[in-house]
Every structure is written in C-alpha cells, then in structure tokens.
Design a protein around this ligand. Structure first.
Ligand code: ADP
Ligand code: MG
Length: 404
C-alpha cells in the first residue's frame, strides 16, 4: 500500500489540517468590494505550509470567479525584466484561448476598417506593456489593469496574483524588483476600479525587507498571517485523516499518534516526514509507539542530514561553535542570553563579539531577527537539532578560542 503522506516542498497534503479559519477569512475578503482589502501576506518558516496554503487560496479564488496567477519567485526575479516577462507569461497561460478583437484601419486606396482578432498570448501582453508610456512601473500597472479589464469582460471577478518565496526579492545590484512590485501594489490600491489583488508568501524576513523599501507597506496588507506549528488537535488530524481516507484508520495505534504529535511538535513538514516513515517502514497493523521508537535514531539521523545539517555546513568552526552554544538557551533569545550561554562553556567573550557573530549567523540564514533584540532559528525545531549535535560534538575548545 502506498503511503498517503506527502513530505516535500509544496506538495499538497491529502488532508490540509488547521487552515480552515485562514481560508474562510480569505473567502470573506474575496466577497468584499475593495480590492485592497483582499491583499494578504502569509509568512512563516520553511516547512510550515505556506506554499500549499497559497495553492489552496488560488483554488478558492478560482471557485469564487477570479483568475489566479501563481508564481514562485527566484533570485532572478529581482531583475525587473525577468520578473515582468515571467509574470506576463504566466498570465498569458492562464488566459490561453482568449482572443481580443479590435478595429484596425488600413489605409490603401481609400480607408478600410476591418475587425481583426488577436490571441491574448505573451507577445500580445508584451506589446501592450511596451506601447504604454512611462517607466516600467507604469507600464506594468497599465498592463495589469488592461488584463483585469479583459477578465471582467469575460465575466470573471478579476485577477489575483499569488507570489511565493517573496523574501527573495531585494533591491540589489542596480535592480529594483522589490520596489517595482511594491509600487505596483500600492498604485493599484489607490485605484479602486482595478480588480487586482495580491497574496504574498515567504519567510518571515519578507516584511522587514519590504518595510525598508516602502515604510508604509503594512498599509498595503490589511491581513498578515504568520503560520506556525499546527495546534495539537490539527496535528492529530493531519496524521490520522490520510489513514481514514485510505480506509486503514487503525494502522497507527493511539500511542504512536501521541508520539508523532510530540516529536513533530505540529510542524507540517515533520508531520508528513515522520508519518511517512512510520507508514512505510512497518507492514503490520497497528504500528505501535514502541515499534517507531525502535527506529527513531535512524529517523533522526536521516532528518538531520537532509533537513538541518545544510545550515551548519557553510559556517566556520567558530560560527558553528557559537551556534551550538545557543542549544543551552530557549529561542527566541537575546544577545545577552547568547553571551551567557557562550560563557557557560568557559569562554571569555565580549558582547561586541557576540553581536558580530549574531549578524553573521543572520546573513547565513541560521537565525533571523524576530523583533528588536530577539532572535530565533530560521528553521523549525532547529534548537532540538542542536541539542542532538551536542551529544556527539563538544564546542568547548573552539569557544575558548573565540574570546582570544
Ligand atoms: N496544513 C497542512 N496539513 C498537513 N500537511 C501540510 C500542511 N501544510 C503543509 N503540509 C505539508 O508540509 C510540507 C511543507 O509544505 P510547504 O507548503 O512546502 O511549506 P513551506 O512553503 O512553508 O515551506 C509538505 O510536505 C506539505 O505536504
Ligand atoms: Mg514554500
């Protein structure tokens, strides 16, 4: 029997647990008139389920008569031209088959007016974009408004742009991808007639970056949803419902469900990962807590290698040692707590040194700033991973060198 679990990136689970209220709220907003009121940001760490929620919201908006255009951004999206071309290509794909008819005058012997029809494909959209006067922002605004107009003529409600991995956008190296899109959202907001709205998803850093570029960015997004771990009852549903769908509701014993809920702490990726291994490793039924506990060391060895270790590899020995020292404190932590933790290994370090390391660890995506003066790990359950590392690795000697 194939496992009903879906560990991976953006893979829609057989049972989407714990997102009912966000979906319901989005649907309510879709029914509201002001396009701006529908804008939304979904933020959260890797593996909490942003991408699958975004896909689901695209489906919901389609059901409500909107045309959803979903894009996953990459670093290259910072280049305005690539971003625009990619976006227009996606829009063209969504509207495939639509033709635009317009009057065309041909002047030869006398003037002839004829109706020509043109397919709404990428070339057409690029022509609309290029012909419009003004900077790229104005051209993009015009093109989106143009497309939205067509969607309403076709009796749709309008256009929804759902942009995933939004945190990759940055104004760097003479490119202004982030400003371009935030400006577009802002200008669309002030025009009450264009039925276009945005749903952005990405890592928690996305808001900070956006605020740097556009100080009033919060006003563009009346709804910011921060996804975290699932509540316990939803975690259990995420584990049990796929079994019910497969008509093997008793495959996991209740004490195994308890163990899975506890080990995964409700983080969707881990829920899928652990449940998948439990399901695939044993053939008998029911699978008990004791069965799974027997393979837990191997499960963690694999998980650590595939999910966590990649964040430690790029670090220098000293950076790694400081990171390991934070296993002694509970995140979110302050710089002074980190200082205490490092000192507890017998190292003589100053606050300035700790601050410097925190900045580096932030740049290397090990931690991020939750708020002023408080940091958390950039991966869920990373603290527990560090505790496991400390069992086989002693950073004391390296930490003593840090202070010298
Ligand atoms: N609400 C949920 N219920 C059950 N499984 C989920 C849920 N959300 C996400 N998942 C699972 O978690 C994993 C990570 O989801 P994904 O959307 O890729 O996370 P993110 O985009 O936040 O990194 C996938 O394996 C997906 O199937
Ligand atoms: Mg994702």
């Amino acid at each position: 029997m194939r496992s009903p679990y879906t560990p991976g990136v953006g893979i829609e689970p057989n049972f989407l647990a714990g997102r009912e209220s966000v979906i319901e709220d989005y649907n309510k907003r879709l029914a509201k008139t002001a396009p701006y009121g529908k804008n939304m940001v979904i933020s959260g760490l890797r593996g909490v389920g942003k991408s699958v929620l975004l896909k689901r919201l695209a489906v919901e908006s389609a059901k409500a008569g909107w045309i959803p255009v979903l894009r996953e951004l990459t670093k290259r999206s910072n280049r305005e031209d690539e971003f625009i071309r990619g976006l227009l290509a996606e829009i063209a794909l969504r509207l495939k088959g639509v033709t635009i008819s317009r009057q065309q005058k041909t002047i030869g012997i006398g003037t002839k007016v004829e109706k020509v029809s043109e397919e709404l494909n990428l070339d057409h959209l690029i022509a609309v974009f290029e012909k419009h006067p003004g900077d790229k922002g104005e051209k993009l605004l015009h093109t989106l408004t143009y497309v939205a107009g067509i969607t309403t003529q076709l009796k749709y409600q309008g256009l929804v742009l759902l942009l995933d991995e939004f945190q990759v956008l940055d104004d760097v190296d003479g490119h202004f991808g982030l400003s371009l899109i935030l400006d577009t959202i802002s200008r669309l907001q002030s025009s009450t007639t264009s039925p276009v709205h945005f749903v952005l998803a990405g890592l928690p850093t996305l808001l900070g970056k956006s605020i740097e570029v556009k100080p009033h960015v919060e006003r563009l997004f009346p709804q910011v949803v921060t996804l975290t771990a699932l509540e316990d009852k939803d975690t259990r549903k995420a584990i049990v419902e796929p079994l019910k769908q497969l008509k093997v509701p008793g495959r996991f014993s209740p004490d195994l469900v308890d163990l899975l809920a506890q080990e995964t702490a409700g983080y969707p990726y881990f829920v899928q990962y652990f449940s998948d291994i439990a399901f695939s490793t044993f053939e008998h039924s029911p699978i008990s807590r004791a069965d799974f506990e027997g393979v837990l060391p191997e499960v963690y060895a694999q998980l650590d290698e595939s999910f966590f270790a990649g964040r430690l590899y790029p670090l220098t020995l000293k950076e790694r040692a400081i990171t390991l020292a934070t296993a002694k404190i509970v995140a979110p932590f302050t710089p002074s707590q980190v200082l205490e933790a490092v000192k507890s290994f017998g190292a003589e370090v100053t606050m300035g040194t700790v601050q410097q390391y925190l900045l580096t660890l932030q740049n290397k995506n090990v931690i991020y700033k939750v708020r002023r003066g408080a940091y958390d790990y950039a991966l869920p359950l990373f603290g527990r991973f560090l505790v496991r590392c400390l069992e086989s690795e002693d950073p004391t000697a390296t930490l003593r060198e840090v202070g010298q």
